[in-house]
Structures are given as structure tokens and as C-alpha cells.
Design a protein around this ligand. Sequence first.
Ligand SMILES: Cc1cc2nc3c(=O)[nH]c(=O)nc-3n(C[C@H](O)[C@H](O)[C@H](O)COP(=O)(O)O)c2cc1C
Length: 192
Amino acid sequence: MALLGGSLRPGSASEAVLHLCAGLAAGYGARTTICTAATLDLPLYRPGALHRAPGARRLVETLRRADGLVIVTPTYHGGVSGLIKNALDHAEELAHDRPAYLDGKVVGVAAVGWSEHGAATAVTSLRTTVQSLRGWVAPMAVTFDATGVAALDVAEARAALRGDARLMRRLDILLGQVTDFADRYARARLAA
Ligand SMILES: Cc1cc2nc3c(=O)[nH]c(=O)nc-3n(C[C@H](O)[C@H](O)[C@H](O)COP(=O)(O)O)c2cc1C
């Protein structure tokens, strides 16, 4: 499973949520690749370019190999951050794969904002993008109001989030759905 998310802000709450998701995924037996904002900080996607930055090529390979994805975006102006959207635009390089784009991959989405309402707008926009890429969006989605952890450093924010039973329960449902569906689809393909 590949996990993409976070922001370049020191103490990023969405990155902290991403790491919690990775821990839960490992608990479900998934092998995980984590792509934080530092690895997703790529040049803008250029359609048709002959040369891609090494980081962009690695991201495309990560997306190609993944049986499931979890994406955790910060909410920026009512939607997905530019950094995360640019990373997803690179999935255009999977257009000629069979199956193409994110088809056959289950994708769990979560968003962090200054309110759960704000984050819900980003979740909606992220779902639309994933569906446009033919990804199979998990029914569960998680929104998180990060105002309570905004002033904390990374370690403090992670500890505070881990102690948030409601958040952890919802993330656990999300990761359960993504790993379960990825497993079922892999077994169905083997049996076909
Ligand atoms: C440029 C920018 C735009 C933002 N727009 C919104 C918004 O529309 N709605 C919202 O709820 N929060 C908004 N926020 C707040 C962020 O979603 C919040 O700070 C979140 O924690 C950012 O993720 P991070 O902690 O991983 O950096 C915005 C923050 C920035 C920097």
C-alpha cells in the first residue's frame, strides 16, 4: 500500500495523520510505502515531457505497484493542496497501463483542515480526483479539525492525535476497508 500526504509546513498535522495511517496499515499486515510532502515536492506535472525528475519517476512507479492507496491532504482554500494535486496529476503517466490510471486500486481519503467542515470540502474534491483517475474510493473517509494541534511540533502532534480515540477509530475503519478490499481484489484476480 502507498500512503501519500502531508504538507511542507513544519509540524504538519496531515503528515502526522499519514504516519498514523501507515501504522494502522502495518497492523493489518500491509507492506507500506510512505510518500510525505518532502518526496512529493516535485516540479509541476508537464504532459508529454520526455524527461521526468527522478522523484517523479519514483512516485509513478510507487503508484503503479500499489494495490491500495491512502491519501491525506491538507485543506487549502476549500480543496486539495496544490502539492497533493500535482502528485496525483503524475498518475497521468499510468494512462497506457492495463488497467489504466488507478483502476483496480482501492483508495482511502482523509483531509485535515481548520474545521471538519473545511476538511469535508477537501475530501469531496479529493474523491472526485481519485474517481476521475478510475480509483475505487473507499466508502469511509476521515476529516480532522487540526486547530487543537496547530501549535505543536511533530512529535507532540503525533502523540496528541494518537490519543484521540475518535480519530483513531475512524482511521482504523478507513485502513480496514482499504486493506480488506485490496486483499479481496488481489485474490479475485488470482482466481480469474
Ligand atoms: C493556504 C492555506 C489555505 C487554507 N485553506 C483552508 C480552508 O479553506 N479550509 C480549512 O478548513 N482550512 C484551511 N487551511 C488550514 C489548513 O488546512 C490547516 O492549517 C491544516 O492543518 C494544514 O495541514 P498541515 O497541518 O498538514 O500543514 C488553509 C491553510 C493554508 C496554509
